[in-house]
Design a protein around this ligand. Sequence first.
Ligand SMILES: N[C@@H](CCC(=O)N[C@@H](CS)C(=O)NCC(=O)O)C(=O)O
Length: 221
Amino acid sequence: METTKLKLYGYWRSSAAYRVRIAMNLKSLDAEHISVHLVKGGGEQHHEAYTDLNAQELVPSLVIEQADKEVVLTQSLAILEYLDEAYPQVSLLPAQMFDKSIVRAMALLIACEVHPLNNLKVLQYLSGELKVDNDCKQAWYHHWLNQGFTALEKQLEQHSGDFCFGDSPTLADICLVPQVYNAKRFELDMSPYPNIERINAHCLTLPAFISAVPENQADAS
Ligand SMILES: N[C@@H](CCC(=O)N[C@@H](CS)C(=O)NCC(=O)O)C(=O)O
């Protein structure tokens, strides 16, 4: 079998990189972790050494080294789908077609509707160019989280078991846990979201999720 080496460019507090770490752990994959500090020196994601890899100046990027080629993947959801196809022994999606779509919808709700509005560059733009004060920035952050979590909570009432969809971890949990980490960091009241809280707490009893937690990363400061 062809030898493959994986290099994950991420940052301990990046929720998009956190997603990839969880998936790799669930699939028992080893990777070299390379830290791209998102704040130091104006943000290493903007430095040429990194923008050559990722023109969007965002983490994560996954570099796949094989004997005859090197491929760079970007966008965490695209990386997760690659990992799921390349390493199918532990699947991140349910077996049935409609169920797959439901799980993807939950993951996309977080990754496309909530996360981009609360990303570092958006918060920096609010406080920098638009001169928004911290209270307004916090209100912005909570608004988009509440909107997304309210919708997700309803979906979980219908589909969840121990995890977002049934009793196995999927792409939905992989997106949820980092987003809840962010929500708690920004002091969101989680009491309206009992299913989200319950599933997050359950995930965080599992080694694959625990070792992906930001504070457990080598670059955590
Ligand atoms: N949709 C992208 C989002 C990636 C992203 O926003 N990464 C953040 C960290 S979670 C980042 O690199 N931010 C740097 C910045 O905003 O300058 C993905 O899922 O990979």
